[in-house]
Ligand binder design. Structure first.
Ligand code: B12
Ligand code: SF4
Length: 471
């Protein structure tokens, strides 16, 4: 008889972006060949997408407790394996995907499975999750997941598990990548070197989820992980840190030590990197091919209001040019519609993109995530376009729905100006030009731009419907 306990860890597919972009008005406005074409492009995006596994679930599945076996199920690629019996099913929950998570949890509990919920939404809004789970795991679960598994074994599962504080990342917790079917992913080499952020941008809640202090892993542990992972998968590495250059000294030592390992890697950094020449050179030498940088706004008034304090607007362009000059391609993420923005802002964004030759521009509409201070402020100012009391009313889309009223621009004018801006940036010709001009990772840059040409057209279509229907 098998006395072991079996635990399934589930990753949910998002309804938006690369996981499954579709019109919110699908079926109503598109018919026949157009709908078929849209579906084909959607599948192509899904198949060639830069899908990476969930590091959170890799970390949890690597926690070893004798007598407990764990398996990951990624719903982007597979069905729930309910032909096997599971003693506990863990689901990661993100705000904006709560309806999906809660409905899955509900259907599993009806079938008699016990469900544990964890992840950012549980950490921020545990009360909204309570009735949907047998077990709630609050905060970063690196250490407490072992307690859950021990209690499962003993038959003493509790309703809530709280960590005693933020985990000390300098203790060694080896992550296993062997648990994954690597053919499904763009890469399984997903690594995080630190957590937490000292800044307080008002549209973000990383400083709440992971704390205001930047905690770092031991450099030996990270180097060892890179070595182990590359023996299993020789593709690119993705460092998921919110800013890989958060500590210049740490990043300098780590990536200097990675040079002999001859890997290639992508990551996310702050534009401050453009003013860290030594680190920039080390990044390039250690195989850095592309970085995502949060530019957010080039309007000084918007940067001030939204507390984006790191770099002044004047320094941004120079920083970006410096980074690209070392051979690293850049994905630059903007937010249009911040409180200092006006109808002049799109022209300034266009000029900025042309001057800096950004490889992949990301033009986002502000998303007032519940739990952020911008959400609270917009709620107080009566500017939210969804019910702030209903957390399931907040949904992620690929910029397909305005969730708030911009401060200085009325909604129809905003949508028109946003549409003009994205239609000008994302054309097939511009995608090819940017792909060819990219200093590295040319194929990835080209694909991203082509996908965005499709995705932003979807966003324009849906926003227009929203304005026309006044939803
Ligand atoms: C890399 C990344 C991505 C990548 C890869 C996602 C992937 N495959 O994992 C991409 C670009 C695809 C992506 C997409 C999205 N992302 Co994202 N992403 C991140 C990022 C930068 C790192 C995630 C990560 O690996 N962290 C490291 C792990 C170890 O930390 P963690 O996820 O928090 O997990 C810990 C705890 O939360 C908990 N936990 C997590 N899951 C579970 C599950 C169980 C059962 C339990 C018990 C515990 C538990 O324990 C973990 C270990 O301590 C985070 C920001 C961040 N710093 O975390 C945003 C973040 C997670 N993403 C976010 C969002 C909004 C999205 C999208 C919805 C965006 C969109 N518009 O489509 C999609 C959703 C895609 C999806 N299906 O989940 C938000 C979630 C906010 C929220 N309040 O819920 C974050 C926090 C960014 C932010 N600042 O707002 N993302
Ligand atoms: S947006 Fe980036 S810099 Fe600002 S608080 Fe979030 S993680 Fe920190």
């Amino acid at each position: 008889m098998d006395n072991r306990k079996h635990v399934l860890l589930v990753f949910l597919a998002s309804d938006s972006g690369v996981d499954g972009a579709r019109s919110l008005f699908e079926g109503r406005s598109k018919k026949g060949a157009k709908e078929w074409l849209d579906r084909s492009i959607r599948n192509l995006i899904k198949q060639t997408q830069f899908a990476i596994p969930s590091l959170a679930l890799m970390i949890l599945a690597s926690v070893e407790v004798e007598g407990v076996e764990q398996q990951i199920c990624d719903l982007r690629f597979e069905e729930l394996p309910l032909d096997k019996s599971w003693d506990l099913i863990g689901i990661g929950v993100q705000t904006g995907m709560t309806s999906k998570a809660f409905s899955l949890a509900g259907s599993l509990r009806v079938k008699g499975y016990r469900v544990a919920l964890g992840g950012p939404h549980v950490t921020l809004f545990p009360d909204s999750c309570r009735e949907h789970a047998d077990v709630l795991v609050h905060g970063e679960a690196d250490d407490i997941w072992a307690d859950v598994l021990e209690d499962l074994k003993k038959g003493t599962l509790k309703e809530n598990y709280f960590p005693s504080g933020f985990p000390d990342l300098s203790s060694c917790r080896p992550v296993k990548s062997l648990l994954l079917d690597k053919r499904r992913y763009f890469t399984t080499n997903v690594i995080q070197t630190g957590r937490g952020c000292p800044y307080n941008c008002d549209f973000c809640n990383i400083h709440i989820l992971n704390g205001n202090r930047h905690r770092r892993r031991n450099i030996d542990d990270v180097v060892d992980e890179v070595r182990r992972f590359s023996a299993h998968d020789n593709r690119i590495f993705f460092f998921v840190d919110d800013s890989i250059n958060a500590s210049e000294e740490y990043a300098q030592e780590l990536f200097h030590r990675l040079i002999p390992l001859k890997i290639t890697w992508f990551g996310q950094a702050t534009t401050m990197l453009g003013r860290q020449p030594r680190l920039l050179e080390t990044f390039a030498r250690s195989g850095c091919q592309a970085l995502l940088v949060g530019i957010e706004s080039i309007e000084p008034a918007s940067r001030d209001t939204h507390k984006k304090k790191q770099n002044s607007s004047a320094e941004l362009a120079e920083a970006i040019i410096n980074i690209r000059n070392t051979g690293i391609s850049l994905y630059g993420s903007f937010i249009y519609g911040l409180d200092g923005d006006t109808l002049e802002t799109p022209a300034a964004i266009l000029d900025f993109i042309r001057a800096t030759k950004l490889d992949v521009p990301g033009i986002n509409i502000l998303r007032p995530n519940p739990g952020t201070s911008v959400f609270e402020r917009l709620r107080e100012e009566g500017r939210l376009l969804f019910d702030p009391g209903d957390l399931t009313a907040y949904r992620y889309t690929f910029g397909q729905k305005m969730l708030y009223q911009p401060k200085n621009i009325n909604l129809p004018d905003f949508v028109e100006s946003y549409s003009k801006l994205t239609a000008e940036i994302f054309t097939i010709g511009n995608s090819l030009r940017r792909g060819l001009a990219a200093p590295s990772a040319k194929a990835a840059v080209l694909l991203f731009n082509l996908f965005y040409t499709h995705l932003y057209a979807l966003s324009r279509h849906d926003l227009k419907q929203q304005v026309l229907k006044r939803i």
